[in-house]
Design a protein around this ligand. Sequence first.
Ligand code: ATP
Length: 441
Amino acid sequence: MKHPTRQTVLLNRMPARSLHLLTQIGRLADERGVSVYLVGGVVRDLLLKRENWDLDLTVEGDGIAFARLVADRYGAGLAVFERFATARLAFPDGLKMDIATTRHESYAQPALLPMVQPASIEEDLSRRDFTINAVAIQLNPRQFGRLLDPCGGQRDLQARTIRVLHAGSFQDDPTRIFRTIRFEQRFGFRLERTTVRLLAQAASRNLIQRLSGPRLQNEILLLFAERDPVRAIARLEQLKLLRFLHRRLSYTKNVKQVVVAVPKAFAWWAHRFPDSVIDRPIVYLMALSSESSPAVVAAMIGRLELSREQAKNLSMVGRRLDRTLKRITDPGTVRPSQLYRLLENFSDEALVLLLAKSQRLQSVARLSLLKRQLAAYGKNKAVKTALTGRDLQAMGLQPGPQYKTILGKLLDARIDGLITTEADERALVKKQLSALRNSLI
Ligand code: ATP
């Protein structure tokens, strides 16, 4: 061991519980006669002194058999993915860990998933995406903390540079094009010169079109889940990559205004509705397609194979949202119940987008009216009627579609503050029923 202190210093940056577990796993590896390493992004982040407590391990030997042993020893839940020679463990205290087999990957065809064969740790590191991610720390007791950096990862971290490991990297796996942007933006690193050239070449060659929908979707949404997606989107535009979402998707001045307004809209929303959980990446995708035609949006949904929920969100971005925006920012014309009915079918994501779009209203008064309307709507969402369908039945109303109408009227009256008690509701139902009977006579 050449630098024993530096070695332990790196691992000592981990939380005590993880460090303890990794020490024990190193001992278990010795018992089994295999070498085990902490690998990839978590090691990169230890070197960068950034928090990342993903426990990604790789085993020189049978990783799945070793994962089974660890799971047995610690009572951890285990999911095995034979095809990728990896396993995921969930420990009783909530810790998660991935264990893989060190491997070599060969790409039968560009952009398709690779064939996987067992290999040494050095080979395993050299099939990775960037030098900064091709780093590992050994965990076996006698080499505990030994850093493996065969591709110059530390040098590039110091130089704040992203560099691919070989000329065919983007061709083998075009998801790395998006990963490049992700790390470039996250760390504020620059791309090494050859990497820039290879990336531009790969981007111009339509390789991304060969990626499956779920793989492309995953990369795009991961990129939009980063801290500053606005810059990432500008970078996608600059590198002419948006066309892989749809060839007619363009970053016009209007679209840009909406995208740029999204972080502010999030901030307002989170402050106002702290319990609302927003799918942030999808909101950026909605903003990006906010000026696209329904046909383009539908094609994007198909290309990315979005889930029903995501697709529903994306489909809300068009004219309906614009019409709603116009209607509810028309001063003084909508009653609270009308506002509720206008907005109830929009998801929270769509309402955040509505707010982002409204930044273009260029009228401070209308923008603050919209905020007041959204705040009022948020409050009215919690309003409930005291009576239910069962009560209507007890009051002699035959089950049927009028239940929905009557309960809807009760809710509207409550929201508008016209009634406030159960007795008021009963009186209103009776009025409705007699009106109904009179209309039948
Ligand atoms: P994050 O910090 O966003 O989690 P990460 O670097 O940990 O990023 P993961 O996607 O969790 O990235 O992958 C873990 C490691 O696996 C990476 O650090 C890299 O070494 C390797 N890896 C992941 N995806 C690829 C890829 N497409 N090509 C080559 N190596 C990859």
